[in-house]
Design a protein. Structure first.
Length: 135
């Protein structure tokens, strides 16, 4: 079952400029930045109380983030939920009729296994499932 909202993902054109904006807005610097080569994306994570915000910028013109920004502009890209067993959730959600974009979880940012549910089956919102990778 789903746990708390893990983070909100925001697609941005320029990560440095967006970092400056969110540093001013939240009064703090990102606690983590990393590149996810497999997704052609650079990320920055900010904390706001117990909540997290992930800024995502494309590193390649064919990346999902670049295509999203080209089609819809900058803004909220996805909502991520923490799950205990991502594989079981993918099976459950597919049985419930949701379109699962990843049959198997993949390595994401912030030391997480991730998988996505198509927005056509979630009222227009891209949903990400996140499970902490245990060492």
């Amino acid at each position: 079952m789903f746990g708390k909202i893990e983070h909100l993902g925001i697609a941005v054109k320029d990560l440095d400029l967006a970092n400056e904006t969110y540093e001013k807005l939240l009064g703090r610097k990102p606690y983590k930045s990393e590149t996810v080569e497999s997704e052609h994306v650079m990320t920055s994570f900010f904390k706001s109380g117990k909540n997290k915000i992930e800024l995502l910028a494309a590193t390649h013109e064919d990346s999902a983030i670049a295509k999203y920004i080209e089609k819809r502009g900058e803004g909220i890209h996805h909502i991520a939920f923490k799950v205990k067993d991502i594989k079981a959730e993918l099976v459950r959600l597919e049985k419930e009729g949701f379109t699962v974009l990843n049959k198997e979880p993949k390595m994401g940012a912030d030391n997480k296994w991730v998988a996505f549910i198509h927005p056509k089956t979630t009222n227009g919102v891209l949903v990400e499932l996140c499970q902490e990778i245990e060492e």
